[in-house]
Design a protein around this ligand. Structure first.
Ligand code: G16
Length: 544
């Protein structure tokens, strides 16, 4: 094997964000750009000689080119085996499972998640470790530090392999196995959920629509929903992964999955259950007939009913949620007598809790829900747990939600996103807000009085590491809350996220419209942060 040493100079700004390095395809296409980052990963993680590496992505434009190069680089960097999904496809949760099941040292996941794909759109690279989860902050920081000083990358000079044929090929001493991207993950799902009960419910008329958004979950959904569970062909919509996601934004929210939403709100046409997943298959959208379930509520409702699935019949060890996620899950944890954890935004913060057996279910307001079955959020897993619960209980989504709120109260919740703001303006808004924090308690905004305000800091209960500046929290008397945070996943300017939450106890207004319930909070958010003044925006771009 001849290793070629390519000399290089550092690129500016290869700092991994919430989910790895995400940039425009054109940025990734600069000669040496992807190679620099991958080499920085290899230099930092220092896998043992002969180690196994998993490689896969969500099928977006540029996926195959980077995979071929990563294989040549893995060979040159001493890996012994690479497992790669056929067609370069592996959903993020499936990649996490493959890493764990095949005892790989880690994996490269090529995705920009819910961001659009195509020659002028987004691409991304993320490294997950041997536990199957996103690299923790100390590793991503070390990777970034390495990108600043890197002077060479290593590769072997071999032709592309055929990614579309299952089987094993040798690449300069490296064994490359092209694996079925779906099988391992689908078997795992069958071990967790009551497939016979769901099949019986489907035979009895349970209907659903799943929108794969021309992204990675199409093959997974066809296999599990249509082939293994018996939903009729056509249940999975937009099920063929396309390099540009059909020109759409593969983000399963009410804006980008509007066709599904409109179907679910149509009293004549709606099936019993509607769901969607994103570019790389880790996010989920849950809609019942006539009712959207917020991700925060979904986490709470799943936690309250998870024991109905065989994989969770022994009960939950704990429930973890990201800080901006509503407190609905905390009330379930309390009722179950198990711990509830509040972590910073980013799935990586759940890793230690899951590895240490402190939490079983985790969830985020950003449409991520998952469990200790893998170390990523898992869109179709959430869909299957919902189906399991609906099938066993023979209940509709709307009735289940109502029952839940009558027992636990309801956390009205919305997130307002202001996208592609000039970074300097967004930074100025956050800086001014941070400075004002000590002056906020006691101030009134309409009928709301600020009880406390702080910048969220997290101390990891497992390894003691501390993460500071994870979002601004403003709590009001009576339990309402506003959180301000800048997104860590955007690829253009800055995105300001404003999270609004109002708690209504059981016996209160459980059927009101969310916008009306949150109107005072929306006004207070502008009063506190000066959103219009700083950004010039009078309304959010996306409300979820
Ligand atoms: C990623 C992380 C999530 C996190 C989200 C936050 O999601 O995996 O854990 O909640 O980013 O995004 P932002 O920083 O933009 O609010 P994904 O689906 O993009 O990988």
């Amino acid at each position: 094997m001849t290793v070629i040493t390519h000399s290089t100079t550092p690129f500016a700004g290869q700092k991994p964000g919430t989910s790895g390095l995400r940039k425009k395809v054109k940025v990734f296409q600069q000669p040496g750009y992807a190679e620099n980052f991958i080499q920085a990963v290899f230099d930092v993680v220092q896998a043992a000689p002969g180690a196994t590496l998993v490689i896969g992505g969500d099928g977006r434009y540029h996926n195959r080119a980077v995979i071929q190069q990563a294989i040549r680089m893995a060979a040159a960097n001493g890996y012994g085996r690479v497992l790669v999904g056929r067609g370069g496809i592996l959903s993020t949760p499936a990649a996490s499972h493959v890493i764990r099941k095949h005892r790989a040292s880690g994996g490269l996941i090529l995705s920009a998640s819910h961001n659009p794909g195509g020659p002028d759109e987004d691409f991304g690279i993320k490294y997950n470790g041997a536990n199957g989860g996103p690299a923790p902050e100390n590793v991503t920081e070390a990777i970034y530090a390495r990108t600043l000083e890197i002077g060479r990358w290593l590769a072997v000079d071999t032709p592309d392999i055929d990614l579309d044929v299952l089987g094993t090929v040798e690449v300069a001493g490296l064994t490359v196995e092209v694996i079925d991207p779906v099988a391992d993950w689908a078997d795992l799902m069958e071990s967790l959920f009551d497939f016979p009960a769901i099949r019986a419910a489907v035979a009895g008329g349970l209907s659903m629509a799943f929108d794969a958004m021309h992204a990675v979950t199409g093959p997974y959904a066809h296999e599990v929903l249509e082939r293994r569970l018996g939903f009729p062909a056509g249940t999975v919509r937009n099920g063929t992964p396309l390099e540009d996601f059909g020109g759409h934004h593969p983000d399963p929210n009410l804006v980008h999955a509007k066709v599904l939403y409109d179907l679910m709100m149509d009293p004549e046409m709606a099936p019993a259950f509607g769901a969607a997943s994103d570019g790389d298959g880790d996010r989920n959208l849950i809609i019942g007939k006539g009712i959207f379930i917020t991700p925060s509520d979904s986490l709470a409702m799943l936690a309250a009913n998870a024991h109905l699935a065989p994989g969770y019949a022994a009960g939950l060890k704990g429930i973890a949620r990201s800080m901006p996620t509503s407190a609905a899950a905390d009330r379930v944890a309390e009722a179950l007598g198990i711990p509830g954890f509040e972590t910073p935004t980013g799935w990586k913060f759940f890793g230690n809790l899951l590895d240490a057996g402190k939490a079983t279910l985790c969830g985020e307001e950003s449409a991520g829900t998952g469990s200790d079955h893998v170390r990523e959020k898992d869109g179709l897993w959430a869909v299957l747990l919902w189906l399991n619960i609906l099938a066993v209980r023979g209940i509709s989504v709307a009735d289940l939600a109502r029952e839940h709120w009558e027992k636990f109260g309801r956390n009205y919740y919305a997130r307002h996103d202001y996208e592609a703001i000039e970074s300097a303006r967004a930074d100025a808004l956050m800086a001014e807000l941070t400075t004002a924090l000590p002056t906020l308690p006691g101030k009134t905004f309409g009928p709301l009085t600020v009880a406390s305000a702080d910048s969220f800091s997290y101390s990891d209960p497992v390894d003691g590491s501390v993460s500071r500046n994870q979002g601004i929290r403003v709590l009001f008397e009576g339990g309402s809350r506003i959180v301000f945070r800048l997104s860590g996943t955007g690829t253009e300017g800055a995105t300001l996220r404003v999270y609004l939450e109002r708690y209504e106890p059981a016996g209160g207004h459980l059927d009101a419209g969310t916008p009306a319930m949150l109107a005072d909070l929306v006004a207070a958010a502008d009063g506190i942060a000066g959103i219009v003044r700083h950004t010039g925006r009078t309304a959010p771009d996306v409300v979820t």
